[in-house]
Design a binder for this molecule. Structure first.
Ligand code: HEM
Length: 472
């Protein structure tokens, strides 16, 4: 009897919990009849799995194709356990980005906070965000003013491509990562690729990156737990570097670490977090951009020929001298290629926001508290905004503004516009310069960029290489 009553009570609790779950899932639908059209899918997970299902990053993916054709460019869904408005509309995306902190707010999923830490720029809001952002802009300015800025990037590019001598194949994504990581570590911490501490930070950083895209389960051994631990190790390494520089007293190197140390506005914890943000922001995305450029050029002999001609002419005009900012300005076709790789490759498919209040936009109501996802890839691949949108056509950027616009937002927009966009483009252009001048190359096999939605080449983009100037 006792067991029977207990079983009955458990059943009732289970049923009530299920009912509460179903109600809490569907209640926002009933309470917000003027939200855009769409569907919520199953309780709890909603449509998250379909939204996240992998697809080539130069396509929309079946979820967006299906939902846009059924409900229009703005639709509601239930994603990441939250009622959501998904926007594939350039005007609404622009409106969302321009109204940061007024109508919308940056809102990344909780588990990401666990890894990035509470002081990360992608987590902090309001005044805290402004302080960190100002520092980030100071990083960019102080880096650009450093006389060795371009020379450092070029030296690291030469170091990476120089190490390919004697090889016939390289896994390009790994090489691009080595390059982008070395550049950002040099810019932010003043460390060279050869220093052992750089290799240590890179190793921890790879674990950190894996965890960012893993299932958020904190049990020892899971990628998530390893990432949280890796973050702690990187933090203590960075703290050590900061301490070392501090104990050197007034000895200044004139690099960004000096700027960071001189800032009285930030706690040490925030300084460390800032370094992590810069490494995170400046490493994977930039290396992916370089891989993307190589991938698309690998598909088009004609475009590769034009790029080679451009870099040959820059080299023949200067011999063995280092590249300058004037040379960079001459890399016009290369910049078109980079823009087109950003448009087609969609390194950042969408960003996370939430509505701070009920927002009326045209015929839609975006209810307060709902998640809002401006999807950049949908605008980049919209054929009515970019003719032959599926085709890689760098010449579409000829004479066009190469900066951000409503229909081209690879670096986001508004008050969270990526501060590192210029650095990323210079890195890609300089790396490409030394790649095409030193090697004939072609892509080995068929590897496409896949959006998981975090973009990756499944086999690391293997390329076959042959030195143009064999060693004598
Ligand atoms: C191809 C390379 C890059 C791409 C595609 C990219 C993309 C983006 C995007 C889309 C955002 C906006 C995120 C949001 O609104 O929620 C962003 C923010 C950010 N990026 Fe980049 N980024 C790149 C390179 C870099 C580099 C080289 C750095 C470091 C120097 C960097 C540092 C940051 C930081 C710190 C933020 C946060 C800004 C804020 O919240 O105010 N990024 N990036």
């Amino acid at each position: 009897m006792m067991v029977g009553e207990l079983a009955m009570a458990a059943l009732v609790i289970l049923l009530v919990s299920l009912l509460a779950l179903v109600l809490s899932h569907f209640l926002p639908l009933l309470l917000n009849p003027r939200a855009p059209k769409g569907s919520f899918g199953w309780p709890l997970l909603g449509e998250t799995l379909r939204f996240l299902s992998p697809h080539a990053s130069n396509t929309l993916g079946s979820f967006l194709e299906d939902h846009c054709s059924r409900y229009g460019k703005v639709f509601k869904s239930h994603l990441f356990c939250t009622p959501t408005v998904v926007s594939c509309d350039q005007e609404l995306n622009h409106f969302i980005l321009q109204n940061e902190e007024r109508l919308f707010q940056c809102s990344y999923p909780r588990p990401i906070h666990g890894i990035l830490g509470k002081s990360s720029m992608l987590v902090v809001l309001g005044e805290d965000h402004k302080r960190l952002r100002n520092l980030s802009l100071a990083l960019v300015t102080s880096t650009k003013l450093k006389p060795s800025y371009l020379g450092d990037i070029e030296r690291i590019a030469l170091h990476v491509v120089g190490a390919w001598r004697g090889k016939s194949t390289v896994t390009f994504c790994e090489e691009a990562r080595k390059f982008a990581f070395s550049v950002i570590v040099k810019q932010v911490l003043g460390l060279s690729p050869e220093e052992p501490v750089t290799a240590r930070i890179l190793e921890d950083f790879l674990a950190f990156m894996k965890g960012l895209i893993s299932f958020p389960l904190y049990i020892p051994g899971t990628p998530y737990a390893k990432a949280v631990q890796a973050r702690e190790r990187i933090s203590s390494t960075v703290k050590g570097i900061i301490e070392e520089r501090r104990s050197a007293g007034s000895f200044k190197k004139g690099d960004f670490l000096d700027v960071l140390l001189a800032s009285n506005e930030l706690s040490d914890e925030e300084k460390v977090s800032f370094v992590l943000d810069s490494l995170l922001g400046g490493y994977e995305t930039t290396s992916l951009l370089i891989s993307m450029v190589v991938y698309f050029l690998g598909q088009s002999i004609e475009d590769l020929g034009l790029v080679k001609r451009e870099h040959d002419s820059i080299r023949s005009s200067k011999g063995k001298e280092c590249l300058t900012s004037d040379d960079y300005k001459k890399m016009e076709y290369t910049q078109q290629v980079i823009n087109e790789a950003l448009r087609c490759g969609n390194i950042v498919k969408f960003v996370h926001r939430k509505a701070l209040k009920d927002v009326r936009y045209k015929e839609y109501l975006i209810p307060s508290g709902w998640k809002v996802l401006p999807v950049f890839s949908a605008v980049h691949l919209n054929p009515s905004l970019h003719g032959n949108a599926q085709q890689f056509q760098p010449c579409r950027w000829e004479g066009a503004s190469q900066g951000p616009s409503k229909k081209f937002t690879p670096f986001g927009g508004g008050s969270r516009l990526c501060p590192g966009s210029e650095l990323a483009k210079v890195e890609a252009a300089f790396f490409l310069h030394h790649l095409v001048l030193n090697y004939r190359w072609r892509i080995d096999g068929n590897d496409i960029p896949v959006a998981y939605p975090y973009v990756e080449f499944q086999r690391g983009l293997s390329i076959r290489i042959e030195p143009i100037y064999p060693e004598s």
